[in-house]
Design a protein around this ligand. Structure first.
Ligand SMILES: Nc1nc2c(ncn2[C@@H]2O[C@H](COP(=O)(O)OP(=O)(O)OP(=O)(O)O)[C@@H](O)[C@H]2O)c(=O)[nH]1
Ligand SMILES: [Mg+2]
Length: 421
C-alpha cells in the first residue's frame, strides 16, 4: 500500500518559482556584440568528450543541447553497466548581440528581445578582454557600462510590456467587475514602479499570488542570470583582471547572482586539442576549463534538477497495463537485463512525485501509487540496493513527496482499472 499522505507531515509549501513550469527549459547567451557569445557557444557545441555519456549535440546552428557532466551519473553507470546511458542536458541558445536602444528597435532589437523572451534564463557574457583588433560597439572596453546597457534594455522592454498590460486590464475593467482584474491591475502597477526604480523583477519579494500572475508574462528581467566574464588567458590563469572587482561590486548591488570568469580563447584552444593534449596543457599552465562549471551553474540557475532511474528501459514499462511492482530490475551489477538503462530525468525544482513520474510516461502519473526512493549518497556509501534496504534507507514516498536532485527512483503505478486515456 502506498504511504498515506498526512497533512500534518507535509513539508511547508515553498514559495512558487518565477518562470515557466516545465521540464524543457532553456538558457540563452546574451550580451553586447563582439563579447564572445558565439565563440563560447561554438566551443560548447564543438567540444567532443570521448566518453559515450557526454555527447554534445547541436539542434540548429544557434541551439544546442549540452550534456551535464555529473560524477554521480558516471558512478551509477559503472555500478549498473547499463546498455544505455542517458545523461541530463542543458539546452543553450546563442542570441545575437543587443545594443543600446534595442527596446526601441535599434539593431534589430525587438527580434533579439523576443529571442530572450523564449528562454528561461540568461548567460550574460561580459567582455573583460582588451584587443584593439576586436571592435567594441562603444569603443572602449568597460564591462560595468555594458552591464548597465543590457540590464536597462531588458528593463525598458519589461516596462513597455507592463504598460500595455495595464492598458488592457483597464479596458477590460470597464466591461467587467471581475475581482481578479483589480488584483492584476494593482500588481502590474507595483511591478511597473519596481522596474521604474531600476530594479529587476526577479529580485523582488513577490507574494505567491503575484508570482502566479507574473508567470503568465515571461518578463525579461524575471529570468535568472549567470554572469560570464570573458577575459584573456593570462588574466584567467592568474585569477586577476582589472575589471573584475568592479563587476563584482555591480553584481552584488544588483542581486548578487553567480559570476563565472572564463577565457573564450583558452576554451577555444582546448576544444581544438586532443583530450590528452588539453589535459597536458592545463596541467603545465595550471589552468582549468570553466565549461563544466558554466553548464552546471546554468542548469541549476533555471531551477532544473534531475532524478535517476536505473532499470529496464521505460519503453518496456509502457506496454504494461497491470501492476508492475514485481519487476524490480535494480540489482547487482551482474544482473543486467537486455534493456537496462541508467537515465537522468530532468524536472523543475519543487516537482512532486506523480508529476516527476509523468516525465517518464503519462501512465506513471495517472496510475501513480508510490515512489520508492534511494538517496544517491546512501547507495554510494552502502554499495547496493539490498544494503540500502537493510539499513532502512529505502523509502516509500507518496503523492506529496517533492523529488530531490539525485534521488534514485522506482515508481509503482497501476492503470489496470482505468485503461488507456
Ligand atoms: N582577443 C580576444 N578575442 C576574442 C575573445 N573572445 C572572442 N573574441 C573574438 O571576438 C570576435 C567576436 O566574437 P563572437 O564570439 O563572434 O562575439 P559575439 O558576442 O557572438 O558577437 P555578436 O554575435 O556580433 O553579438 C571574434 O573575432 C572572436 O574571435 C577573447 O577572449 N579575446
Ligand atoms: Mg554571435
Amino acid at each position: 500500500m502506498p504511504p498515506k499522505a498526512s497533512k500534518s507531515k507535509e513539508a511547508p509549501s515553498e514559495r512558487p518559482i518565477l518562470g515557466r513550469f516545465s521540464s524543457h527549459l532553456k538558457i540563452g547567451i546574451v550580451g553586447l556584440p563582439n563579447v564572445g557569445k558565439s565563440t563560447l557557444f561554438n566551443t560548447l557545441t564543438k567540444m567532443s568528450i570521448p566518453a559515450e555519456n557526454f555527447p554534445f549535440c547541436t539542434i540548429e546552428p544557434n541551439e544546442a543541447r549540452v550534456n551535464i557532466p555529473d560524477e554521480r551519473f558516471e558512478w551509477l553507470c559503472q555500478l549498473f553497466k547499463p546498455k544505455s546511458e542517458v545523461s541530463a542536458f542543458l539546452e543553450i541558445h546563442d542570441i545575437a548581440g543587443l545594443v543600446r536602444g534595442a527596446h526601441a528597435g535599434q539593431g534589430l532589437g525587438n527580434s533579439f528581445l523576443s529571442h530572450i523572451r523564449a528562454v528561461d534564463g540568461i548567460f550574460h557574457v561580459l567582455r573583460a578582454f582588451e584587443d584593439p583588433d576586436i571592435i567594441h560597439v562603444d569603443d572602449i572596453v568597460d564591462p560595468v557600462r555594458d552591464l548597465e546597457v543590457i540590464s536597462a534594455e531588458l528593463r525598458l522592454k519589461d516596462i513597455e510590456f507592463i504598460e500595455r498590460r495595464i492598458e488592457d486590464v483597464e479596458k477590460s475593467m470597464k466591461r467587467s467587475n471581475d475581482k481578479q482584474l483589480k488584483i492584476e491591475l494593482e500588481m502590474c502597477q507595483r511591478v511597473k514602479a519596481w522596474l521604474e526604480d531600476e530594479k529587476d523583477v526577479r529580485l523582488g519579494d513577490w507574494k505567491a499570488a503575484d508570482i502566479e500572475i507574473l508567470n503568465t508574462f515571461q518578463l525579461l528581467t524575471a529570468k535568472p542570470v549567470v554572469y560570464l566574464v570573458n577575459m584573456n588567458e593570462r588574466d584567467y590563469q592568474r585569477k586577476k583582471n582589472k575589471f573584475l572587482p568592479k563587476i563584482h561590486t555591480w553584481v552584488q548591488e544588483h542581486g548578487g547572482e553567480t559570476i563565472i570568469p572564463f577565457s573564450c580563447v583558452l576554451e577555444r584552444n582546448l576544444a581544438d586539442m586532443l583530450p590528452h593534449e588539453a589535459d597536458k596543457y592545463c596541467e603545465e599552465n595550471k589552468v582549468q576549463s570553466a565549461l563544466s562549471k558554466i553548464i552546471k551553474t546554468g542548469f541549476s540557475s533555471i531551477n532544473l534538477i534531475y532524478f535517476f532511474t536505473a532499470g529496464p528501459d521505460e519503453g518496456w514499462y509502457c506496454c504494461a497495463h497491470f501492476p508492475v511492482w514485481n519487476f524490480v530490475f535494480l540489482g547487482p551489477a551482474g544482473l543486467n537485463c537486455l534493456l537496462l538503462q541508467v537515465k537522468c530525468w530532468q524536472i523543475r525544482r519543487q516537482t512532486k512525485a506523480p508529476q516527476a513520474a509523468g516525465t517518464i510516461h503519462t501512465d506513471f502519473e495517472r496510475g501513480f501509487i508510490c515512489a520508492e526512493v534511494m538517496k544517491f549518497n546512501d547507495l554510494k556509501e552502502l554499495g547496493s540496493e539490498p544494503a540500502v534496504k537493510a539499513a532502512g534507507k529505502y523509502k516509500q514516498e507518496g503523492k506529496t513527496y517533492v523529488v530531490q536532485d539525485g534521488d534514485i527512483i522506482f515508481f509503482k503505478f497501476n492503470v489496470s482499472g482505468g485503461g488507456k486515456k
